[in-house]
Design a protein around this ligand. Structure first.
Ligand code: NDP
Length: 246
């Protein structure tokens, strides 16, 4: 039986690695992209050349109706979703003094409301079928906070509460809900930070003295999605090169 995995934001740095890993393991992988993303077809063509047969659906994860329509379309065209990876996210960093409602809302809607928006139409089916995996991609900064990220840290920390509460509700039906909190991973989101800031403020704080690799996070997603991880639920797993431990 081929399992279907839906990865939000699968065309981004981390999401792409997750899509490739799951596809390599034999999942039927479906990803979402922002309705405004003009490079989606290009991405699908590039993945096709690598022999990965992905499907992609437009979806604004921050918008409840868009998420419901997207999931309904995926289920109609591809089938019921066994694994949901809530990965799409954005940053809008600024000190709290400068933080305005627009940038607060954008991050809360995209990073936290999205988890509700996508999980809502998927979860009941998992419960009915008696198997499911919900994997939420949070962040080290949801655990420890970060200067200039009151919005992002709040949204990512919110994911942890959501994860633990939902894990309790669906545990008896063999549906697991977990959060992964990556540290700094070498994707576009992080490479946009000026090199001198990366070196002096970030890499210098990582005991392993390097950024993480998207493939390292993807490997953890694959484990949480697997049958072997059936007893692991309500957890938050940090993957950060030793930068933050608790
Ligand atoms: P990217 O910016 O490379 O990718 C983000 C993805 O999110 C894109 O594919 C984008 O899709 C999608 N996205 C953003 N807004 C929306 C929206 N409204 N609707 C649908 N899709 C949307 O970031 P990363 O790959 O680095 O990050 C992935 C996740 O990992 C994020 O949640 C991030 O917070 C988290 N994370 C990343 C870390 C890192 O070091 N990189 C560290 C800790 C956590 P599109 O391009 O189509 O707009």
């Amino acid at each position: 039986m081929t399992r279907i995995a839906l990865v939000t934001g699968g065309m981004g740095g981390l999401g792409e690695a997750v899509c490739i890993k799951l596809a390599t393991l034999g999942y039927r992988v479906v990803t979402t992209y922002s309705p405004g993303n003009t490079k989606a077809q290009e991405w699908l063509a590039a993945m096709g050349k690598l022999d990965h047969d992905f499907s992609a659906f437009p979806c604004d994860v921050a918008n409840y109706d868009s998420a419901q329509q997207c999931v309904a379309q995926v289920q109609k065209d591809i089938g019921p979703i066994d694994v949901l990876v809530n990965n799409a996210g954005i940053t809008r960093d600024m000190s709290f003094k400068k933080m305005d409602k627009l940038n607060w809302d954008a991050v809360m809607h995209t990073n936290l409301d999205s988890v509700f928006n996508m999980t809502k139409p998927v979860c009941d089916g998992m419960v009915e079928r008696g198997w499911g995996r919900i994997i939420n991609i949070s962040s080290i900064n949801g655990q420890k906070g970060a200067f200039g990220q009151t919005n992002y840290s709040a949204a990512k920390a919110g994911m942890h509460g959501f994860t633990k509460a939902l894990a309790l509700e669906v545990a008896r039906k063999a549906v697991t809900v977990n959060t992964i909190s990556p540290g700094y991973i070498g994707t576009k989101m992080v490479m946009a930070i000026p090199q001198e800031v990366l070196d002096s403020k970030i890499i210098s704080q990582i005991p392993m003295a390097r950024l993480g690799k998207p493939e390292e996070v993807a490997g953890l997603v694959a484990y949480l999605a697997s049958d072997e991880a059936a007893f692991l639920t309500g957890a938050n797993i940090a993957i950060n090169g030793g930068q933050h431990m608790y």
